[in-house]
Write a protein that binds this ligand. Structure first.
Ligand code: CMC
Length: 455
């Protein structure tokens, strides 16, 4: 990134006036456009950018993505190398501290996380209150948010020591909350953390332990899950990181901000996509149905879930790593017919002009669902696994935002397109049109089939 400041010369054709706007790091400051006015009463020019497709909301030193080239680096280290050589907790440390830990630093960090995995017993009662088929992601949003009520010290976001404590708590406890949510949904008793196990190993213990005295995770699956967490650990200013930063910018505590980030991740266009990939593959059913499905996608009737990305216009580098670990996992679990279907779907899509011309490639979610399913996770748990992996990234983004002297409370502008001031309409003079619309929408909603969980 260049420090050199150059300028942009803009002529406002409404007034004929010319302005110089500084360019730094390939960007102009939207606030600099405000000086471009028709007259003194004019508010000044704004930048209109719904969904922030071309707006940098912050300066960040955490994650670098080159979507054209398919590059992803955390703090400068390529994702492929981190996935191959580091553990998830090591990567979490890197994202938060900015450097890879020394042996001693890593040992202390692992020890801290391990000793914060317990949650208050009241949380169990809280989870018991959910309906038996409550989506675990809904439970996770609520319980992570509820943690703020147990830790009032979390409000002191300007205290570095207390900030670090909440960071440790969130990374440690999210696995426990996720596992408890799952155990509740299947009606199994909750399993306490086992401090002898690794981060991923303990998570598997809390999920799957039955009557055995000591749960022993399969080392291949434990490693695969750890790598999947690494691949999800951060992805710069995505929808959920943006939610984390936006809520954090109001100086809310990190548990509340993380609950908002999890809520953002819940959506099918973000972390919910891997769940949708599996539903899609089941709907397609077998390879001979792929062409008909692709035709529907091209007609705009369906989306090819797990394909396309706002930033990557090339193969998602995370999807490449996942393809490799899929082989290791399937050696243990046995292969899945959905894997063959997914590979055939990918092959056909990558040869099709529709996908080629739009530069739509598989993203991280295309294969994760199939691996998770082979490992025994129900589809509702897929976005939960994404949330566990993403927690260190959200926290790094949150803390970076708080420490950035340029950040203020997030508060975008709008272009108002509604009515100007108009006379109030008394009840007796109102038309029926709006009420009829509401009735029609309610009738439609009542007819719609409820989206039943897929197991
Ligand atoms: N299937 C079919 N067409 C697609 C798809 C898709 N998955 N994705 C994009 N397109 C088309 C889109 O219709 C548009 O076509 P046209 O130019 O004819 O209007 C063109 O490609 C450009 O797409 P876009 O909607 O402008 O792209 P976007 O940056 O707004 O959307 C996306 C990115 C990820 C929301 C979108 O690609 C999508 O909905 N993909 C499926 C859901 C998915 O897999 N999400 C996981 C993303 S990776 C995990 C994460 O980081 O959260």
């Amino acid at each position: 990134m260049s420090e050199q400041v150059s300028t942009l010369t803009v002529t406002d054709n409404r007034t004929g006036r010319t302005y110089e706007v500084p360019i730094k790091d390939g960007a102009v400051r939207a606030a600099d456009l405000r000086k471009i006015k028709v007259d003194d009463s004019d508010f000044g020019l704004m930048a209109y950018d719904p969904a922030f497709t071309n707006t940098a909301s912050c300066r960040s030193a955490i994650t670098f993505i080159d979507g054209e080239a398919g590059i992803l680096r955390y703090r400068g280290y390529p994702i492929q190398e981190l996935a191959e050589k580091s553990s998830f907790l090591e990567v979490a440390y890197l994202l938060l501290a900015g450097e890879l830990p020394t042996r001693e630093e890593l040992a202390t960090w692992e020890d801290e996380i391990t000793h914060h995995t317990m949650v208050h017993e009241s949380i169990k009662k809280f989870i018991d209150g959910f309906h038996h088929d409550a989506h675990p992601m809904g439970m996770l949003v609520s319980t992570v948010g509820a943690l703020s009520t147990f830790y009032p010290d979390a409000k002191q976001i300007k205290d570095p020591g207390l900030r670090r404590l909440q960071i440790v708590r969130l990374i440690a406890k999210i696995t426990t909350l996720a596992a408890y949510s799952y155990r509740h949904s299947v009606g199994f008793p909750y399993v306490y953390p086992d401090n002898d196990l690794s981060y991923a190993g303990n998570f598997l213990n809390m999920l799957w332990k039955a009557t055995e005295l000591k749960y022993e995770p399969d080392p291949v699956l434990e490693h695969a899950l750890d790598v999947l967490f690494i691949l999800h650990a951060d992805h710069e200013q995505n929808c959920s990181a943006n939610a984390m930063r936006a809520v954090g910018s109001s100086e809310a505590d990190p548990f509340s901000a993380a609950a908002a980030a999890i809520a953002a991740l819940y959506g099918p266009l973000h972390g919910g996509a891997n769940e949708q990939v599996l539903r899609m593959l089941r709907e397609i059913g077998s390879p001979e149905n792929i062409p008909a499905f692709i035709a529907q996608v091209k007609d705009g009737k369906k989306k090819l879930m797990g394909f396309g990305h706002r930033v990557y216009k090339n193969y998602d580098p995370r999807a490449r790593v996942i393809r490799q670990i899929a082989d290791e996992v399937f050696k243990v679990t046995g292969t899945s017919p959905l894997l063959d279907l997914a590979m055939e779907l990918e092959r056909i899509a990558l040869e099709d002009e529709y996908f080629v011309s739009r530069r739509l490639y598989p993203n991280v979610d295309f294969y994760t669902g199939i691996i998770y399913q082979a490992m025994g996770f129900p589809v509702e748990m897929f976005p939960v696994l994404f949330a566990i992996g993403r927690m260190p990234g959200w926290l790094a983004q949150w803390e970076e935002g708080l420490l950035d002297p340029e950040q203020k409370i997030a508060r975008p502008r709008q272009i108002y397109i509604g009515h100007g001031e108009r006379p109030y309409v008394p009840m007796s003079e109102r038309s029926q049109t709006a009420a009829e619309d509401v009735d029609a929408i309610a009738a439609q909603a009542a007819q719609a089939a409820p989206d039943r969980p897929l197991r």
